[in-house]
Design a protein around this ligand. Structure first.
Ligand code: NAD
Ligand code: UDP
Length: 319
């Protein structure tokens, strides 16, 4: 296939480029670098099966030649308002990437009779009242809350995807992606994994927001990319959760990172830095991914963190 990936210079997008090229496909990357980094795809320069276009997907998307599939990953993804890369600081761009960007990608898929895969998110469940979260759960979101620019854009993107599937027969997939980590995450995007790993490597205390009782379930990027690829080549049109169900509190997560890295500086609680609408619990029910895709995460937290550390050491000049 010849596959367009939007958000190709980002964390997940760049790993997907690598996987699709390794599977023998041709890849067209597109990005406007609003939160991504050209370094993430620099190693692909000169690959004759890779092409790149700098473009804002919220504007019209024009790609020369036939496209067989589009993976729409372009969107700011960090909730941290302290970061210039966080979606609270990029609210209009975030809503446009989810709404207009998704519309443009779906229009392109319709014109090319191409397959479409949407990078949706566990955030569509909001601060969930059902636990763990199954795909049948409708969610608990505030349309005007501090995360609304992201949550509602992704919810609209899912609805638009189903509309193009049901009305125009576009061959669509919806991946509900849960927290993912690994090399090529932006150092300053303020998400918990880059924050904790960098703090631990520098010998600083880890900043736990609130009382640290809120939970997340972290998936290593190679597992995530494998789940997304399996969904792409499946026939499943309904949403599928992709994530690692291993759930832990942010306090337990901080203690694990300090233990794995050998950081003796401990933890500091930043009560006021916890965001409004920060989900209290998050854990994917991956029964559908197991049954439909034959997929589950294989890489445990310790192994995933150890695979991620060299990237941060290099970026911090610690090697
Ligand atoms: P990222 O910020 O590293 O990557 C996003 C990329 O999209 C960046 O390269 C950015 O420059 C690009 N982009 C943003 N708006 C654009 C636009 N209008 N036009 C062109 N390019 C644009 O973030 P990520 O973590 O790799 O997330 C990628 C996708 O996966 C996002 O859609 C995000 O919502 C989704 N997702 C990620 C996670 C996670 O844990 N990483 C979880 C759930 C969903
Ligand atoms: N968090 C934290 N310390 C940090 C950054 C984040 O305790 O330095 C917490 C945050 O409050 C949230 C969790 O870690 O409960 C995950 O945050 P992240 O920004 O990674 O993404 P989210 O899952 O909220 O989208």
């Amino acid at each position: 296939m010849r596959i367009l990936i939007t958000g190709a210079a980002g964390f997940l997008g760049s790993h997907l480029c690598d996987r699709l090229l390794a599977e023998g496909h041709a890849v067209v990357g597109m990005d406007n670098f609003i939160t991504g980094n050209p370094d993430n795809i620099a190693h692909l320069a000169g690959n004759e099966r890779f092409a790149f276009y700098r473009n804002d997907v919220s504007n019209f998307i024009l790609v020369p030649g036939k496209i067989d599939a589009v993976l729409h990953f372009a969107s700011p993804a960090s909730p941290n308002p302290a970061s210039p890369f966080g979606y609270p600081n990029l609210p209009i761009q975030t809503m446009k990437a989810g709404a207009l960007g998704t519309h443009n990608c779906l229009g392109l898929c319709r014109a090319h009779a191409a397959r479409f895969l949407l990078a949706s998110t566990s955030e569509i469940y909001g601060d969930p009242q059902e636990h763990p979260q199954k795909e049948t759960y409708w969610g608990h979101t505030d349309p005007v809350g501090p995360r609304s620019m992201y949550d509602e854009a992704k919810r609209f993107a899912e609805a638009l995807t189903m509309a193009y599937h049901n009305y125009h027969n576009v061959d669509t997939r919806i991946a509900r992606i849960f927290n993912t980590y690994g090399p090529r995450m932006h150092l300053d995007d303020g998400r918990v994994v880059p924050n904790f790993i960098q703090q631990a490597l520098r010998g600083e205390p880890l900043t736990v927001y609130g009382d640290g009782s809120q939970t997340r379930s972290f998936c290593y990027v190679d597992d995530m990319v494998d789940g997304i690829y399996r969904l792409l080549i499946s026939d499943e049109h309904r949403p599928v959760n992709i994530g690692n169900p291993f759930e832990m509190t942010m306090l337990e997560f901080a203690e694990s990172i300090n233990r794995i890295i050998g950081n003796k500086a401990g933890i500091v609680f930043k009560q006021k830095d916890r965001l409004g609408d920060d989900p209290q619990r998050r854990q994917p029910d991956i029964t559908r991914a197991r049954n439909i895709l034959g997929w589950e995460a294989k890489i445990n937290l310790e192994e995933g963190v150890c695979r991620t550390i060299p990237y941060f050491k290099e970026k911090l000049g610690l090697v």
